[in-house]
Design a protein around this ligand. Structure first.
Ligand code: G5P
Ligand code: MG
Length: 217
């Protein structure tokens, strides 16, 4: 059956990193990262992009309705609503989760995995993050680019995210931990919640992969 997976994790917990790995192992899976979608809107200077820029710089969540609409449009555009997909960074609030449920109807989320990474580990990682406009993410220590500060695939320059400064990271972490309990309860009540944990993505990946496979078989 199709896997409809939500990755729930703090900023810097490895959602993007683990998504890339999972896509390599499960090629028919398609991922949507709301953060990447918003950054593309910003880069294209669209009206949503201008709004997103202000919210993201402040480390604030964008309005629930807007985000749910954006994900629905993306699922439709890629024609994957009844196929296997992975959502990275959405939903983040119970209201987003409800909106998603309403929009998915019979294709409801069948696995939500919380990535439990200690906050002190996360702060160090984010300071060393560099990324490419495609969403590919690097870390100067953990997975450095082959050529310093250049994307492995295109050779284009990497940049640091404007919301990766310590003050904004603190706000993003606070918001995440405020939303975690309610959204966790929501998905526990639907019987689809699971949790994996560890200090590195190498420790977490096999746990996540096992869970994902169990839904596909
Ligand atoms: P984003 O873009 O979704 P966040 O804050 O949820 O942003 P982020 O920062 O993208 O999440 P991540 O994807 O969980 O983190 O982590 P990652 O990039 O894979 O890994 C972080 C770093 O650690 C990388 O450098 C990686 O190489 C390294 N790393 C990974 N594993 C290891 C390891 O084992 N060891 C070491 N040493 N390093 C490792 O959202 C951005 C903003 O968009 C808006 C909000 O404003 C949000 O703040 N937004 C939404 N607003 C409302 N609703 C939504 N649903 C929204 N979605 C986005
Ligand atoms: Mg990410």
């Amino acid at each position: 059956m199709p896997l409809r997976l939500v990755l729930l994790g703090a900023p810097g917990s490895g959602k993007g990193t683990l998504t890339t790995r999972l896509l390599k192992q499960i090629p028919h899976l398609t991922s949507i990262s709301t953060g990447d979608l918003l950054r593309a809107e910003i880069q294209n200077s669209t009206p949503i992009g201008r709004l997103a820029d202000a919210y993201i710089k402040e480390g604030k969540l964008l309005p629930d309705e807007l985000m749910a609409g954006m994900v629905e449009t993306e699922l439709a555009k890629r024609k994957i609503i009844d196929k296997s997909f992975l959502l990275d960074g959405f939903p983040r609030t119970t209201s987003q989760a409800l909106e998603l449920e309403r929009r998915l109807q019979d294709n409801s989320i069948n696995l939500v995995v919380e990535l439990d990474v200690p906050p002190d580990v996360i702060v160090g990682r984010i300071a060393n993050r560099w990324m490419h406009s495609s969403g590919r993410v690097y870390n100067l220590e953990y997975n450095p680019p082959k050529v310093p500060f250049k994307d492995d695939v295109t050779g284009e320059p990497l940049f640091q995210r404007p919301d990766d400064n310590p003050e904004t990271v603190r706000k993003r972490l606070k918001t995440y931990y405020e939303q975690l309990e309610p959204i966790k309860r929501f998905y526990q009540s639907r019987g689809v919640y699971d949790k994996v944990g560890g200090e590195t993505s190498d420790i977490i990946f096999p746990q996540l992969y096992r869970l994902a496979r169990s839904r596909l078989d």
